[in-house]
Ligand binder design. Structure first.
Ligand code: GLY
Length: 369
């Protein structure tokens, strides 16, 4: 087992990463408990595959548990399911010193974490992320929340978990496309902060996609370490934390343009968005022309989408995509902030981007479809 510590003073916690952690969950969670009882929030797909194993592991350490099983999918991150979750936790008589367990992918982690943040003005929660995306990104760093009809993640709170258990074996039950979408966030870390990690991924990505548990553990550990370092410097995204959004301004616009449907999964949008951010950087003379191609070649080697031409169906024109980009949360005083890079692994935040250059790049990418 590998451990990454997230250093945030009294809100510090461990992210434990490795195979077989679900079976040991009781041992890891017991030290946090005021009484031997937890409330689990999960969703139907994960429950069908893994809930019995989690509850057995808790029982083995004398911990009672009840589970709320919600529908799978992004639509669950809603006011209605937040209400359902909070009322269920109150029905279960979850006390101020109890612990809620978020057991699922990003949707469940965000929703259950937010419910824990408002329940009795804040109870502790443990993240047991079951998707690659949740293990390397959403379960770490304390962003919780739901979607509003106005947009994704517009209602929420910073509420750090007390522990994250990332069981690498659980990734074995993911559909290959979901695994690779999560890999979009892994490769983002190389892109934003470490050429050495990107090179490691170039060499080892195919093995870890094929199921190599040691390499999966290493990829999650390195991703989480990079996120932990950034979150420790900037918990509430006043500065550096925005680096974690490399590829997200383009990616979110593409997700919105495809109706948040399975035409484009979030991590796929992020990977294409990273390639577009690198292309922007190269056109601005910030990085070599070869770097965006190298990044795209790695996505191609992984069998991932890498360009607008890989997205099925209609897309809006360049102006339409630019309008969608302006809905991004990183807009400040009406100005779009971009994450660009001076090379693979050298990202920085800037407002200084000519909209004409972005429009030109999108027009070309759309024309190539
Ligand atoms: N997923 C971006 C962040 O946690 O800041």
């Amino acid at each position: 087992m590998e451990t990454v510590h997230v250093s945030l003073g009294e809100r510090s916690y461990d992210v434990r990463i490795g195979p077989g952690l679900l079976a040991e969950a009781g041992q890891h969670i017991a030290p946090l408990l005021n009484r031997p009882r937890v409330a689990i929030v999960t969703e139907a797909r994960v429950a069908g595959l893994h809930l019995a194993a989690l509850q057995e592991a808790l029982t083995a350490d004398g911990i009672e548990s009840e589970a709320l099983v919600l529908p799978p999918g992004e639509a669950t991150k809603s006011w209605a399911h937040l209400t359902e979750t909070v009322e269920w936790l109150l029905d279960q008589k979850v006390e101020r010193k109890d612990v809620v367990v978020a057991f699922g992918g990003g949707v469940i982690g965000d929703l259950a974490g937010f419910a824990a943040s408002v329940l009795r003005r804040g109870v502790r929660f443990v993240q047991i992320p079951t998707s690659l995306l949740a293990q390397v990104d959403s379960s770490v760093g304390g962003k919780t929340g739901i979607n509003s009809p106005h947009g994704k993640n517009l209602v929420g709170a910073f509420h750090q978990p007390s522990l994250v258990l990332a069981d690498i074996d659980v990734l074995g039950t993911l559909a290959p496309r979901d695994f690779l979408a999560g890999y979009g966030e892994v490769v983002k870390y190389g892109g934003l902060g470490s050429l050495a990690f990107f090179e490691w991924l170039e060499a080892n990505g195919p093995d870890l996609a094929a199921g190599d548990v040691e390499k999966r553990t290493e990829a999650v550990r390195r991703s989480v370490q990079m996120k932990a370092d950034i979150v420790a410097r900037d918990e509430t995204e006043q500065g550096d934390r925005a680096l974690l959004n490399l590829g997200h301004t383009f990616g979110h616009a593409l997700e919105a343009a495809t109706g948040y449907s399975d035409r484009l999964l979030h991590g796929e949008g992020v990977a294409i968005g990273c390639a577009l951010a690198f292309e922007t950087s190269a056109r601005m003379g910030l990085m070599s022309q070869e770097a965006p191609s190298r990044f795209r070649e790695h996505l191609a080697a992984m069998g991932m989408k890498r360009d607008l031409s890989d997205i099925p169906g209609e897309l809006p024109d360049a102006d339409g995509l630019m309008e969608l980009m302006k809905q991004d949360k990183k807009v400040e005083a009406g100005k779009l902030r971009f994450i660009l890079a001076r090379g693979i692994g050298e990202a920085f935040v800037t407002e200084d981007v000519d909209p004409g250059l972005i429009r030109g790049l999108l027009e070309e990418a759309l024309a190539a479809r």
